[in-house]
Design a binder for this molecule. Sequence first.
Ligand SMILES: C[S@@+](CC[C@H](N)C(=O)[O-])C[C@H]1O[C@@H](n2cnc3c(N)ncnc32)[C@H](O)[C@@H]1O
Length: 389
Amino acid sequence: MKPDQGILSLFSGIAGIELGLAQAGLTNTTAFYESWAPAQDVLSTRFPDVSLHGDIVSLKNLHGATLVTAGFPCTDLSQAGRAQGLDGTASGLIRQVLALLQSGRPEWLLLENVPNMLHLGSGRAMAEIVTALETAGYDWAYRVMDSRSFGLPQRRRRVYLLASRVHDPAAVLFRSDRPSLRADGGATGAWSDAFGFYWTEGNRGIGWAVDALPALKGSTSVSIPSSPAAWLRSTEPGLRLVRPSIEAAERLQGLPAGWTGPAPIRDRWKLVGNAVSAPAARWIGEGLIEMPDSRLVEDLERRRLPPGSPWPFAAHRRGSTTWRVEISEWPKQPRGQYRHLSSLLRRYGAEPLSYRATKGFRDRLAGSKLRYSGDFMRDLNEHVALAAN
Ligand SMILES: C[S@@+](CC[C@H](N)C(=O)[O-])C[C@H]1O[C@@H](n2cnc3c(N)ncnc32)[C@H](O)[C@@H]1O
């Protein structure tokens, strides 16, 4: 893809995708479609020259774009969501985009969503999306990628699906593989002075992450979504259990600090939690410009994926064959470029976890069957005691 070719951004949010693409050199975003006023505030301030449209329902064609991006709503696809798949009113909006491919015929389409999209309803949503792509004459490839691979101290696993009718999208998405060298999936070079945790993953676990936070999430309610917390075990008592500031959260997504400043403060957490990590989009953009030789795909470890099989974490379709690809969620090894959680929080701010949040967390953890370290519980108890005074 050439730097001056047009990009149409759908479900734009705060443009994590388009910021990352611009950093790669793909700067020609020509229009945004975003219906939520706080996100529109950010878009109109950060991209004053790009035309801004509202509800996707008003989208009648794909604006002659070369690349269409859509990090579409996960509300009906995520584990914590309504689980209606593409029959849900929010996630189902992607059907409108897929229907327009027949007439709009962009060269490229980039979709992003949560990994649960692969599993929900035996993979029905995913099957519907790729069938629509194939019918419109597109090859496709997808890969689950972890934001830590791009140097961010946030364990954020997301599905990135790239489709094209002119090139092999698999060559872009599978062009490199640098599996994490640690058994716990932590980044190589991660420090063990900070750990992320919270009940962001239901009751199954506490989201434990070494030198990273578990994924930041938007919320479906109007209340301020609660961010995950960090345990800074070498810090002084009272400051060992903290929550990131909103600026730190923006940096955890690879956005400039203050990026969502134009939006009302109560909405900034949701905007950041909903966003695509900009460095992940940048890596994809670099691949679109570089356009690697599609023969590299033949050297990948891959097997035919029979129709109806469960969706693996990476797969692609070329011509009439679908392949399962054995590849990690780490396209890059961040070695040397990993932003350590403790230094990010020091630089961009964190506040002590409140008495209520710490006590609530501790009580629930103590009453669970989950395993945890004695040092962690000791610091939770100490923080509760200090915060109570
Ligand atoms: C997952 S977020 C996208 C995040 C975005 N890729 C980013 O990096 O910030 C989905 C977005 O779709 C928007 N949205 C939901 N329904 C919409 C509609 N009918 N028309 C336009 N935008 C919509 C939401 O307000 C939300 O900002």
